[in-house]
Design a protein around this ligand. Structure first.
Ligand code: UDP
Ligand code: MG
Length: 316
């Protein structure tokens, strides 16, 4: 039973040696055959060089070098597609997901679970704002979508072969992995751990990126915003209708001293705002449809370093 550890790497050269050492000592104690698939996601530092050195020392390290930075979700997809093991474990290269949890994940897998989520009990070294917004995000997305996305679970988890095959059968281009992991279902269980701060380097996720990630997640897994736009439009029309009736009555009762300018402006701007917002929401979904309809590959591979072989491959 081989375990594939999937590590997306974007400018992680300072972390790789420690990561390798820790994974080696844990996995060798585990006595399962394993492979580590590192995806170089368009790093600007010497991540690739470091990876090649590791690969030459230990052929269990495989490298997929993407043609540019495709983002973490695409890098992860590349790794999961390449995984040959009976189970795969996505793991961040910055050692925020402690490899020490892996034996526990494997234990539950052996007990017959297909998905073993690693749930964060705490997140050291992250601001309260990030924690609060993450908490809020999970609540909102779970209210809005039909799939249950487990809160406080990153991509760190164990996925068995049937789950990996199911994931590969999902054709969508824009991949919100957490949602897809939850969507495919299967028997799942949790293990708990304390999330460490980043080992070295800086996160590339600022609040704007996180916001977009949240929008991505919600639009991938929920149509509630579209419905909300419709209901809001309906509500506003209703209010406008009531207001119109009131205007007619008040004109009949009190006469019309031509003082309509403020109320007209308010109504106009309000309606305009609601319309723009509804259009924006529709646009968000339309953009996704457009993106999907182009059928572009999720990622492009520049080169692969596999066990004992090295060959070029220039499509997915
Ligand atoms: N990552 C990636 N491509 C990117 C950004 C990040 O492959 O464009 C990788 C990164 O190397 C790390 C993981 O995704 O292994 C998580 O990234 P990061 O630590 O920056 O995110 P955070 O832990 O702050 O959510
Ligand atoms: Mg991190």
């Amino acid at each position: 039973m081989t375990v594939s550890i999937i590590v997306p790497c974007h400018n992680e050269s300072a972390n790789l040696a420690t990561l390798y050492a820790r994974i080696c000592s844990i996995m060798d104690a585990c006595q399962e055959p394993w492979e580590m698939i590192c995806i170089n996601d368009g790093s600007k530092d010497d991540t690739l060089l470091q990876l090649i050195t590791l690969h030459q020392r230990d052929s269990r390290i495989q490298i997929i070098d993407l043609s540019r930075n495709f983002g973490k979700e695409a890098a992860l997809t590349a790794g999961l597609d390449a995984a040959r093991g009976d189970a795969a474990i996505p793991l961040d290269a910055d050692l925020q997901d402690p490899p020490e949890v892996i034996p526990e994940l494997i234990k539950h897998w052996k007990e017959g679970f297909d998905v073993v989520n690693a749930v964060r009990l705490s997140r050291d070294g992250e601001s309260w704002l990030k924690r609060a917004s993450a908490h809020f995000f999970y609540r909102v997305i779970n209210r809005m979508s039909e799939v249950d996305i487990p809160a406080d679970t990153g991509d760190f988890r164990l996925l068995s072969r049937p789950v990996l095959d199911a994931l590969q059968s999902l054709p969508e281009r824009r991949r919100f992995m957490k949602g897809l992991f939850a969507w495919v279902g299967f028997r799942s269980t949790n293990v708990y751990y304390h999330r460490a701060p980043r080992h070295s380097g800086k996160t590339t996720w600022n609040y704007w990126k996180l916001w977009n990630f949240a929008v991505e997640g919600i639009t991938s897994f929920s149509q509630v915003p579209l419905q909300m736009a419709a209901y809001l439009g309906f509500l506003v029309s209703l209010l406008a209708f009531i207001y119109a009736i009131w205007l007619v009555i008040s004109t009949l009762v009190y006469g019309n001293p031509v003082k309509g300018y403020p109320s007209m402006m308010v109504t106009l701007l309000f309606l305009g705002g609601v319309q723009l917002m509804a259009l924006g929401i529709i646009g968000e979904y339309l953009g996704r449809i457009y993106e999907e309809s182009k059928h572009r590959p999720i990622y492009l591979v520049r080169q692969i370093w596999q066990r004992h072989t090295q060959h070029h491959d220039n499509h997915i």
